[in-house]
Design a protein around this ligand. Sequence first.
Ligand code: 13P
Ligand code: SF4
Length: 380
Amino acid sequence: MAETSAGVKPLSLAEYTTLTNDELDTRIKAVREMLGDRLLILGHHYQRSEIIRHVDLTGDSFALSQAASQNRACDFIVFCGVHFMAETADVLANAPKNLAARDGRRVFVALADAEAGCPMADTASLEQVETAWAELAGHFDTTRIIPVTYVNSTAAIKAFCGRHGGLACTSSNAMAVLQWAFEHGNRVLFLPDQMLGQNTARNMGIPREQTCLWNREQEQLQPQTPGAGLTDCRVILWDGACPVHLKFEPGAVAKSRHDLQDVKVIVHPECYPEVVGQADFAGSTSMIIDMIAASESGSRWAIGTEWHLVERLAGQYPDRTVTTLGRVEAVCDTMAQTQPANLCHVLEHIAAGTPINQVAVDEAIAPDARVCLERMLAAR
Ligand code: 13P
Ligand code: SF4
């Protein structure tokens, strides 16, 4: 890791929280100017607007993974998002080809708030997945099952998929990834988001009867449709989900249509299949943003995704009606944890030459996790 110039004296996190937003903005800008191209700040679309205004690049999970993988110039990546995103950035930014282009220098990847995790990613531990895999061997030929993991998963799960011929997907490329998987095997184990797995299977014309569910608590495989056997199952779903997107219950679509005449409903595919089925469109956060940006003045939209993004879109397009689906304010608490004080804390430590909050994936699993992610980047 390259040296930084001295002269900056970082405070404790508690001290940063006593500063005003203007004071924090000034300090953040000063570090960004000082480090220039050596610093890359990435921010997921669900971050607060007070954070988004300081990032070099905003994006959905796919765009941010690509940015980390293509980066050759910087010494530090500060991720404003959640833990699995910083892990992905570390694995891709420090790929052998990138290290070679930087004469072996590693990029230091930091998470702006060290405690920001993703409850959905936490639903699949390596131990649980190994147990399920062993159990699946009693039903199927596991050499023909391709494990696919949503990027919202730990690096250990990505490494598991890489080792077993599988790959990762995001909400923007799940269908292309499943197509790849069915070209390389006859069944898919889809981790950890049951909803994205079910919604993608349906988009590919795979009926619910050909999907089954791994029940983590009972450690048992169950058909999704009463009476259906396991033999025909093509997509084995994990029973994880995003608690934020599950706040949009099936009745929310009807409520929005009732409340707002001619409303168009657009949702994230982490929502229940019933919600996605009733919506007009479903897609990643970037797709949602692009659709609102391209829509006509005067149009009306109900959006089923995280509240900070919906709120920002409503502010950016005041000539359109943009509301949250069914008036549900679905906040991702862990995304919202990152405040300007956290960002300033991390940046000033970097500037002082004492970087903190590093997310570095263990070298024992990083190569397999990289295979999993690079297969995804190539499959799109
Ligand atoms: P996107 O990849 O669509 O941005 O989604 C990430 C995420 O965590 C949604 O909950
Ligand atoms: Fe995880 Fe859901 Fe938050 Fe996305 S919105 S980071 S899936 S908890």
